[in-house]
Ligand binder design. Sequence first.
Ligand SMILES: C[S@@+](CC[C@H](N)C(=O)[O-])C[C@H]1O[C@@H](n2cnc3c(N)ncnc32)[C@H](O)[C@@H]1O
Length: 646
Amino acid sequence: MTSSTPESLSKFVQFCNQHITGQERKEAQTFLDRFFRAFGHEGALEAGAKYEEAIKKGSKTGKTGFADLVWKPRVLIEMKKRGEDLNKHYSQAFDYWTRLVPNRPKYVILCNFDQFWIFDFDIQIDTPVDKISLEELPARSGALAFMELGQKTPIFQNNQVEVTERAARRMGELLLELEARGIEKLTAQRFVLQCVLAMFAEDRQLLPRDLFVSCVQDCMNGSSSYDLLGGLFREMNLPGKTPAGRYQGVDYFNGGLFSRIDPIELTREELNFLDVSARENWSKVRPAIFGNLFEGTVDKKERHAKGIHYTSEGDIMKIVRPTISRYWEDKIEEASTVKELGKLQIELQGYRVLDPACGSGNFLYIAYQQLKRVERMLLEKIQSLNGSEGQQMEMGLVTPLQFYGMDTNPFAVELARVTLMIARKIAIDDLCLTEPALPLDSLDDNIVCEDALFGEWVKANAIIGNPPFLGGKHIRMNLNDEYVDRIFQRFPKVKDVDFCAYWFRLAHDKIDEKGRVGLVGTNSISQGKSRIAALDYITQNGGYIHEAVSTQPWSGAAKVHVSIINWCKDKPRKYYLDDLVVSQINSSLKSTVDVSQAVRLKANLNKCFQGVIPVGKGFFVTEQQVTDWIKTDVKNQDVLKQSISA
Ligand SMILES: C[S@@+](CC[C@H](N)C(=O)[O-])C[C@H]1O[C@@H](n2cnc3c(N)ncnc32)[C@H](O)[C@@H]1O
């Protein structure tokens, strides 16, 4: 046999029903071997998979974990006993996957003998791309096509990335249409975001069923969108439930996004955009990549000038897990009494996270989701020590109001607020929480439009983010002279460094002895003047880099290589560099040679030097100007040179 057939898969299901009782330890390997055979292999080992692959854990206990099956570079399979809630094992699966370098498997399957949860962490970090039950396997094997001998492309039913990209692009296009016909920028942005929130709310049952879709339909049939959508947004801003009429049942959302309503009379074409978008399944939209909406609407020139790039969810996790969630998981694992756990509860309630270049709020969103998982883990441990497992838990410790952001782009700030508002409802649905979803939190005081280099930073326990990159030599060319002079006044000793280096310094200054930071930077952050300004500053002032990626290609559109750096002031127990355990990490992001104190070799003096780099657009003149100037005075040709650059 060379591939799966409905018969081979049905035979596997039959075998499991007859012989597998669902005990993790005893039966996992038999189950997995038969699983491989169902897909046309001679067996798991024959296919090249390994059982019980050892993986070092980073917690205090320093234990080694064992992944049940690793088949590089295709899949990691982690088995749990029958009936086990697979949600609880997400963090373990994610950590194993992170550590499986080189040649990391593309997919991860969490399985409790009855359910297969398939993850593709590269694109969708917290939600399986598909869930299949054992009985469904013969009919739904397309989602497991990567198990086949020929390795076909799998088709997943829960690919939220595609839905999000489509919905975000359309809304971005609507925004551009509105701006193009002269609607004031901020008015158009707010209106589009109000529509986004309403569509999300409708598909997450926060608005009466089909209310928004039917309003748009009525507008397509001749009603006024100025009246209908304006009226809906006004009701969303009124405390209490609308008792009757067209908007009956609409609850109070909040006084942030809806505090100002400027209705717009949409054209036929604009209504078409909205109609198609409204029919999308917004409950599948991933707020963490709402940045696409943002990206699609920000002018390309402006993006380059301000160093605006976007971070994938996988890369965000390389910050959020080491800096926030793994720190909490270790603390919960170490606590052994209800009293100790009670202390952690209080600490968690007061815990604050800041992103000082938050863009559309993607880091904050993922940090919130991760801390909600942490909260559940903590409460479950308290329940198990109290002997009250299974009871409904009140989970209101972590709220979006513990998350703070700063950004100079007003639209990004609005978007980040909406992203975090949505976050709470998604956590309520995913974790089956009892807390009320409405009104949404008003985050106007948490996420602010401010320059992080000059504004006040909220005192936070964790600082995370992806500050803007801009090579030292380009700063003056892209930001204006007056602004650059202000920066130099504020940081007199820090010049000619990548723009992001200022965030590294400030973040280090702003955290206390227990604080933790994780930032993305260009990979020049571990070289030359940027390293001296940023990473040397950290390591020479009580900081320890405990987990870093030395360099990797950027996941976004920009053609740059980045470094990902997590550090703290408390001496760490373990260091991870490029996903491998090392004994230390220096400011050059190496575990061995520390070049930060290296001196120049005299022998190299005057042998090699950097050519002229014009710092400012004023150095470039047109060919016509050159001809005119030489005509005026032939001596000018001595100083007018052709510029060649790569
Ligand atoms: C690389 S983006 C990261 C945004 C977001 N986290 C992401 O991954 O898409 C950098 C962000 O820094 C913001 N920014 C640029 N200069 C800033 C400043 N002086 N203060 C605060 N934010 C700034 C930009 O507007 C942009 O949103």
